[in-house]
Ligand binder design. Sequence first.
Ligand code: SF4
Length: 222
Amino acid sequence: MSGIHHERGPSSASRWLHCGGSLTFSPSGEAGPEALEGTRLHDVAANLLRVKYHLDVPDALGVIEADEVVTTYLDFVEEQIASLNDPEIHIELYCPPTDIKDFGGTIDCLLIDDDLGHIIDLKTGFKFVAAKDNEQLLCYTLLAKKRFPQLKQFRQSIVQPRINFSSTVSCSLEELLEFEQRIKSVDKTDFAAGSHCDFCPGLGDCPAADRNLVQIMSYAKS
Ligand code: SF4
């Protein structure tokens, strides 16, 4: 995965879209073991896809082996590629910020078939993540649209090998443009406590969270 971090990154969208004030706190700490393992699995999967589809392969790539998580993801991606009409394949595609300040990120896999963009996101954890109305996936979709303006149809998939689950949804251009307006309206002076506080670097220093601590703790337990 790209190590480039942007303040309005897709992976934390479910927090900053609901509390713009959280953008005033810098992410803290180093990645834990789960995150490091997730990065390793993403790297292995990306390199195997690059080799298979003759994309840009890093020079010093040794022998790489896929475990079950990676194999499940690769099978899914390969199925989607086979179902399209010779799509463009982008693996670990970095999309830098354009007209929205600090809004950028890296898409695990983007397939482009004419005006259709299909985003595929690998999740290596055990926690179920829904694809429908998924703000992280919508961020990736918008980043893809900014990078490839010809896209007019959008499909998004989440692949969760550890719980043997995958799902695919779609959204229209209108829905995506509405989502873009939501991102543009995020205001760093607005603080709103909620379940998203659980993942906020400001938790502990934030007066808005302190006032709602009991409620936040109840979210964490549920
Ligand atoms: S702790 Fe909660 S209310 Fe405070 S900045 Fe973070 S997300 Fe917002």
